[in-house]
Design a protein around this ligand. Structure first.
Ligand SMILES: [Zn+2]
Length: 206
């Protein structure tokens, strides 16, 4: 009995140690630079190491989300077109949410399994599991909406009569002051009215 209690004691003491494990799950900020019309993600390998997922799977996801072509080159990845680190980070975060983090306990100690041809995320920490596909559909629905307070990367397609830049995003028309036609900019939406959105310039991408 004493042995059992001692064991229980140890087990309980060890429990919080598992928790401190979570703090080590810090996905590195994407380090990027542009080479002409190509974006190089310098620390792709470091990110994959933290995610503990298949590099090809992760890459395929990024390419689909960015809507571009690219390839893995050793520890780096390259993408056609120019993308800011924030844009890449947002897709990395979505990947983490969809393919890494357990929705039951919020831990990253998970792995992917195929069950009846459905991809499942199985949690090693709590034993919870969920299908990937289902969650994805739920997540994608609100993505189209332009929302107040959110930052978007857009291309200024025209200048309106009052001098504001005009960009299209899905069904939305976004107005931004202090930009030129052809600018690719990051803007923060301050007001949405129907399918019209009014935004402030955050930074010029190119
Ligand atoms: Zn879990």
């Amino acid at each position: 009995m004493d042995d059992y209690e001692a064991f229980l004691d140890r087990a309980l003491k060890q429990a919080p140690a598992v928790k401190t494990d979570d703090t080590r799950f810090v996905v590195p900020m994407p380090k990027i630079f542009s080479e002409g019309r190509t974006t190089v993600l310098e620390n792709f390998g470091d990110i994959v190491d933290v995610l503990r997922r298949d590099a090809e799977h992760f890459m395929k996801y990024l390419l689909r989300e960015l809507g571009t072509a690219g390839k893995i080159e050793g520890r780096r990845a390259t993408f056609q077109g120019r993308f800011s680190s924030d844009v890449i980070k947002s897709h990395v975060d979505s990947y983490v949410e969809e393919y890494v983090i357990c929705s039951e306990c919020g831990r990253p100690d998970t792995h992917l399994i195929k069950s009846d041809r459905v991809l499942m995320l199985k949690c090693d920490a709590c034993g919870g599991h969920r299908p990937i596909a289902k969650r994805r559909v739920q997540k994608e629905a609100p993505k189209e909406a332009v929302r107040e307070g959110e930052v978007y990367e857009i291309k200024i397609e025209a200048i309106g009569r009052k001098g504001d830049g005009i960009a299209k995003l899905d069904k939305y028309t976004i107005f931004v002051p202090n930009v030129s036609k052809g600018d690719i900019v990051k803007v923060k939406v301050k007001k949405v009215s129907g399918t019209l959105a009014f935004a402030d310039l955050v930074e010029r991408v190119s």
